[in-house]
Design a protein around this ligand. Structure first.
Ligand SMILES: Nc1ncnc2c1ncn2[C@@H]1O[C@H](COP(=O)(O)OP(=O)(O)OP(=O)(O)O)[C@@H](O)[C@H]1O
Length: 292
């Protein structure tokens, strides 16, 4: 008997989905599967629900939500045998796209039932995990402003982006990788495990979930016209060709933020504050057993 737990975020993707126990039961033969539907009722609740499912002997735990829910569930499964599934009902769903998991709910549930599994890499920042990407630059500022707006609409996201572009203050950073040390003043310092950010956008088209590497992309603070040019390179998925970019694939990066004691960063699209200026970013090769 295979025990499958679905951890469902009822509000993700504007709460339009209706994944219920009865609906899930229609996909699984009760002779072979025991299926449980669990709903998150507050932020980070998916972490607790995942821990409970592990204790109850889950074989498969499925995150039904966006990148935030995926982050919470997958964090508890790093280094474990329990397989991790995704039913992408969020707005962006970068990781699910990278894994070619269908956006259609019915198809995605069938994928959980019939799909293959593999071991994907996981990123780590000072011991905390990320699965898609993390960043110290304007992406983190945008997410901070967006979260502060308290609204979960595209218009709020656009407003946060414009606001961040106008007021963004680059911080000086000392970055070390592959025996090099560089001092940078980045607009963007983006480190990615996945080749998709969601909405079919990518800053790191060459990133792979199984290569044992992280893709590091640094764009220095540039004027607004060059930022627009960079935007064009993003649309063409050729960011590594933008002349001012530093791009490298590596398994370890150290970032020291100069003259700042409290620092924010984004991990898988959520903003976090830290009381440190030293960050060690590394890859944990094959640490998550994922269904795709
Ligand atoms: N019942 C709930 N009420 C409020 N927040 C919740 C609830 N359940 C989960 N959350 C939180 O909602 C946040 C967003 O979830 P998620 O990322 O799954 O959806 P999304 O934002 O629509 O998708 P995406 O991240 O792909 O844009 C997460 O931080 C999660 O902890």
């Amino acid at each position: 008997m295979t025990k499958i737990y679905f951890i469902i975020n009822p509000i993700s993707g504007k709460g339009k989905h209706e994944i219920s126990q009865a609906y899930l039961d229609t996909f699984f033969d009760s002779d072979k599967y025991q299926v449980f539907a669990k709903y998150s009722t507050y932020k980070k609740h998916a972490i607790v629900l995942t821990q409970e499912a592990i204790t109850q002997g889950a074989d498969v735990i499925v995150a039904c939500g966006g990148d935030g829910t995926i982050h919470e569930v997958a964090t508890e499964l790093v280094g474990k045998e329990v397989r991790f599934g995704i039913v992408p009902v969020g707005s962006g769903n970068g990781l699910a796209s990278n894994l070619s998991i269908p956006k259609d709910i019915e198809q995605a549930i069938k994928r959980v039932r019939d799909g293959k599994s593999m071991r994907m890499d996981v990123g780590s920042v000072n011991g905390e995990y990320f699965f898609s990407n993390m960043g110290f630059g304007i992406d983190a500022t945008i997410i901070d402003n967006y979260e502060k707006s308290g609204k979960r609409k595209l218009s709020a996201y656009i407003k946060a982006s414009l606001n961040s572009a106008q007021n963004y203050k680059a911080k000086r950073m000392r970055v070390s990788y592959q025996g090099q040390v560089k001092e940078v003043n980045p607009l963007l310092l983006f480190i990615s495990n996945s080749n998709e950010m969601g909405y079919n956008m990518t800053l790191t088209p060459k990133a792979s979930l199984t290569d044992g590497q992280l893709d590091y992309l640094m764009v220095p603070k540039i004027n607004i016209f060059k930022q627009l040019t960079f935007g064009l390179y993003v649309l063409l998925k050729k960011t590594d060709r933008f002349r001012k970019t530093d791009y490298v694939q590596t398994d370890y990066i150290k970032v020291e933020i100069i003259d700042q004691s409290r620092n924010g960063l984004q991990m898988d699209g959520e903003y976090y504050q830290y009381d440190t200026n030293h960050f060690e970013i590394k890859v944990l090769k094959g640490a998550l057993h994922v269904i795709y």
